[in-house]
Design a protein around this ligand. Structure first.
Ligand code: AMP
Length: 213
């Protein structure tokens, strides 16, 4: 099963991608997580990506596309994968399409997580993320058991620097200009499935599975 999860910043793509990946038993591949892991490890890629991420901009395709292609070529991806945060531009989608043709596979579904901008702003101001394992929390809707400590790994739970309110507005603009045209792109290919992203997280997977039936 190969699925792309699309949606604005803070729409809940990551949480949904992880639930769907677990359900189908395939890897969850998040380009944002890969960049953050590189940043944490202090690699050249991480340092390069940091400039763009902190400014709420997209990391250039030269740094993003090959990284993703190398990842999906790995052995654990042979049975499929869930892409979260890639593609983010029409150019990335076209490059992915050609790469998949070369690999002789195709995307089964594109799940578009729909959330109004106002809700996104509300959610992101309360979002906190584990700096070790990347699990997202929300101060109101999904708090950690102990303040600032990840329930899963005990890591420090903090606000991502690109979730700061001034950066969120910029990320929304980038989303509307660069990423939302992908909705029409995948609609025209017949693979788009819209899901309401404004539901309780406990219900998110069953909503998605219903839409995929
Ligand atoms: P995310 O965790 O998906 O919200 O991604 C965090 C940040 O990583 C984004 O705001 C971008 O700066 C960068 N990023 C992640 N995926 C991509 C991509 N496919 N193309 C360009 N930049 C990306």
């Amino acid at each position: 099963m190969r699925i792309i999860v699309l949606g604005g910043p803070g729409a809940g793509k990551g949480t949904r991608a992880s639930l769907v990946a677990e359900h189908f038993g395939v890897p969850h591949i998040s380009t944002g997580d890969i960049f953050r892991a590189n940043l944490k490890a202090g690699t050249q890629l991480g340092l390069e990506a940091k400039k763009y991420m902190e400014a709420g901009q997209l990391v250039p395709d030269e740094l993003t596309v090959k990284l993703l292609f190398d990842r999906v070529a790995q052995d654990d991806c042979q049975g499929g994968y869930i892409l979260d945060g890639f593609p983010r531009t029409i150019n990335q989608a076209q490059l992915l399409e050609s790469e998949l043709v070369k690999m002789g596979v195709n995307i089964d579904y594109v799940i578009n997580v729909e959330v109004p901008d106002q809700r996104i702003i509300e959610r992101m101001s309360g979002r906190r993320t584990c700096s070790d394992c990347g699990i997202p929390y929300h101060i109101e809707y999904a708090p950690t058991a102990a303040e600032g400590v990840c329930d899963k790994c005990g890591g420090e739970v903090v606000m991502r620097s690109d979730d700061a309110p001034e950066t969120v507005m910029g990320r929304l603009t980038v989303y509307h200009n660069e990423t939302s045209p992908l909705i029409e792109f995948y609609e025209s290919r017949g693979s788009l499935k819209n899901v309401n992203g404004d539901v309780e997280i406990e219900d998110a997977l069953s909503y998605i599975l219903k839409v995929l039936e």
